[in-house]
Design a protein around this ligand. Structure first.
Ligand code: G3H
Ligand code: 13P
Ligand code: ZN
Length: 342
């Protein structure tokens, strides 16, 4: 099976009232862990690569890993998405490579750090929507900024999304999906205590969903940072300070209010690191990479499986036949940017 478009996955998810996890990958073991979890649970899935991931793995390796994934798991609907594209050029290179979806993150300037103004964001996002829809590719935009910095990406400054601006932004750009800032951040250090409904501003999602019921909402920085995973890392020599992530039950509330894509990276990083540290500690004489990568892969698979079940995507992999990119392009041309696929 070919890769499917994210638009189709998200429209189907909206129809079925569930969310779809979007998991970041950089290497073979991450792709395998996610695909195996999708296979086990019968889930459609979004696999995403940041600019850092594309650089780390090399575009060609990354793309062919995804090709292999669709060959090995032909029954799984999988979309390949550019995470946090910093410019129309980055999005164009992802589209040329074969990604079926791109994020134009115009909430930041193209340095990926400096917060951008609304006009700049609208301009670059609109440009990407025109270019991507022309060839059937899905576009995610972002309004408001997240906290936290990953790999030098992010301003570290939080600007919650303004619902009035969100309505204007979607109208002006024609994005398929909108990432909203509700107080989360990338990485392990999101909250210093269990977040209440003021710190984690779920009310923004509810308000935007009321105003834009047809727009798929995206939650970034949505790792839950489970204490069990942090404890394993620390038990085997790691140093992760006490921290809280986004509770799964809050994500489930979001899904009831239009959240369709949930970005998770950190939880897989924690799972892999804990498993590798444990393996190293248990047998310091081992030096075959398979000895520690196998438990790392299994630990990531377990987290992904749990999220797929919690987000409700489990069991929906075979609900529909994929629409090809050229067919999606025709639909955008005929129905406009705000089409509905289902
Ligand atoms: O955007 C955040 C993701 O966790 C990707 O992180 O830029 O370190 O690959 P990265
Ligand atoms: P986490 O750091 O919470 O996993 O967020 C990942 C993300 O938003 C990728 O875009
Ligand atoms: Zn993100």
């Amino acid at each position: 099976m070919a890769l499917v478009t994210m638009r189709q996955l998200l429209d189907e998810a909206a129809n079925g009232g569930y969310g779809v996890g979007a998991f970041n990958v950089n290497n073979l073991e991450q792709v395998q862990a996610i695909m195996e979890a999708a296979h086990e649970t019968g889930s459609p899935v979004i696999i995403q690569a940041s600019r850092g991931a594309r650089k780390y793995a090399n575009d060609r390796f990354l793309y062919h890993l995804m090709e292999a994934a669709t060959e090995v798991y032909p029954e799984i609907s999988v979309a390949l998405h550019q995470d946090h594209g910093n410019s129309p050029e980055t999005c164009k290179s992802a589209i040329d490579l074969g990604f079926t979806s791109v994020m134009m993150d115009g909430s930041l300037m193209d340095d990926g750090k400096t917060p951008a103004d609304f006009e700049y964001n609208v301009g670059v996002t609109r440009e990407v929507v025109e270019m991507a829809h022309e060839v059937g590719v899905t576009v995610e935009g972002e309004l408001g900024t997240l906290g936290g910095i990953e790999d030098d990406v992010g301003s570290g400054e939080v600007n919650l999304t303004d619902p009035d601006q969100a309505v204007e932004f979607v109208e002006l750009t024609g994005v398929d999906a909108l990432a909203v800032a509700i107080g989360t951040s990338h990485g392990a250090y999101k909250f210093t205590k269990e977040p209440d409904r003021e710190v984690l501003a779920m009310y923004i999602i509810e308000e935007i969903n009321e105003r834009l019921p047809g727009t798929h909402l995206v939650m970034h920085g949505s790792s839950s940072v489970p204490k069990e995973l942090v404890d394993i890392v620390n038990e085997y020599g790691g140093d992760i300070q006490p921290t809280w992530g986004v509770p799964v039950r809050e994500i489930q509330e979001g899904i009831k209010h239009g959240v369709r894509k949930i970005n998770v990276d950190t939880d897989l990083r924690l799972a892999a690191t804990g498993a590798i540290r444990k393996a190293f500690a248990e047998d310091p004489s081992e030096f075959d990479p398979r000895y520690y990568l196998k438990p790392a892969r299994a630990a990531m698979q377990k987290v992904v499986r749990a999220r797929m079940e919690a987000f409700g995507q489990a069991g929906h992999a075979k609900d529909y036949d994929p629409i090809s990119l050229p067919d999606m392009a025709v639909r955008y041309r005929e129905q406009g940017h705000q089409l509905t696929v289902t």
